[in-house]
Design a protein around this ligand. Sequence first.
Ligand SMILES: O=C(O)CCC(=O)C(=O)O
Ligand SMILES: [Fe+2]
Length: 509
Amino acid sequence: ELFTSMAHMQRALEAERDIAEEIRQYIRAQEEKLKNLERIASEIDQHSAKALENPEYYLANPVDAYLFVKYFTLDWDRDIDPVLKNNTDLGKKIELHRQDLPTYEDLTGTVNALLRLQDTYKLDTTSIARGDLGGSSSSQLSAEECFEIGRQSYKNEDFYHTVMWMQEALDRNFIETNQTISRSLILDYLTFSTYKQGNILHALVLTKELLLLEPDHSRAQSNKRYYEKLLAEEEQVNRHGDDGTIPIQNKRQVDNYRNSEEFVTYERLCRGEETQEYKHKHKLVCRYRDNKNPLLLLQPVKEEEVYLDPWLVIFHDVISDRELNVIKQLAVPKLGRATVHNVVTGKLETANYRISKSAWLRSEDHPVIERFNRRIQAITGLDVETAEELQIANYGIAGHYEPHFDFARKEEKDAFRDLGTGNRIATWLTYMTNVEAGGATVFPYIGVKLFPIKGAAAFWYNLYRSGEGIYNTRHAACPVLVGTKWVSNKWIHERGQEFRRPCGLNADE
Ligand SMILES: O=C(O)CCC(=O)C(=O)O
Ligand SMILES: [Fe+2]
């Protein structure tokens, strides 16, 4: 008890004062946390207000998309999660939105998409980091944002891109007043990838720089000895003819397919280059399609020939913007990751060479679909009763579909067996959007490139009259560089065309 001594009563008074101080401290800490939360909320607010002004436009730029995905993964776990951890109620509420937010899988996918764009369109690292993707410009990347692209490449053991992005991170770090990442961390990655790409001397120079910053870095110390030893050995071999300067080498690491003529031509066509001269260009015509179908009497279709053998045409203005909007809206809830046929297992699976989501729509789904299917039948003169449902495809960031045939080869007899309507005799490909940059459909064997035109459709036969596949129809969808790409496919089958494949179409075969 205290009341028996004044000295102890005084201690009680002091304790009382300390309690008030405890409470004050607690309030200050809470205020600090709230201020932090307030800062986070306004940061997110600002970003979303800007992005939601025009979401399609915002997401059209892959650099912005990368920053967005990075925010909700790396930045979130580093800066936001620790703050939320102390607020379990709030944390739980935010967790409810998780299913709609980007994940680490998206981060990997987005970075790989940027690297694919860099390769296909031959973009230099500095331009991408400046947000300059040929026309549309986005945010600038900080040293740390470049570093994370490099780190992802490193994880993929892709030292070619690691060197480029770590070098860019280093350059940006040099001019940054508010450092976003430590120079020695960048040097650590750059050194190793530079060595891996075959530049021992440069790796040694970088290691020495790293050691100036961090003299006790033990791995750097042992690497330095290792590189010195390698150089000494090399000098034994190359004692003669050394003029002192050695250029940095950094070769793209590619597999055989990516080195093949087909792939190289595909990438050149994607960039809009001419890969081969077309001798019969002067024979190509543009005309109103001569078609007696009553559906087309009021609005004859403009037909633009692109190639004669195989016969490849563009039909212009085959669908209105209003109809396209209806179709997109019907498709969105049904979109699922597009799959490909595994020739070995016969099963459908996802693959990195086809990145898009797709949905199938039936005539019964909406009068617009029914009308469009009938229009396709009227324009092509082919029976669409036996065709596949209308496939709607929406490409993602750098979405693409590498060279392929639409028809089943002899060795894939079973591909369309369940349909019971034979092989894909013809392809109708509607462009549902213009694409700001990239996203062409290209035919590497014949050097044709088609850049999407909203409301137009490409059409070609995949099979000769004999049923043999036309191998020159091999084609691909180039990665979307900037913009959104929607297409829809109507694959017309052999069954039902016995009397319909009109002589006017592809008369020679
Ligand atoms: O989107 C494109 O340009 C072509 C798509 C394609 O070839 C396909 O889906 O089979
Ligand atoms: Fe295709």
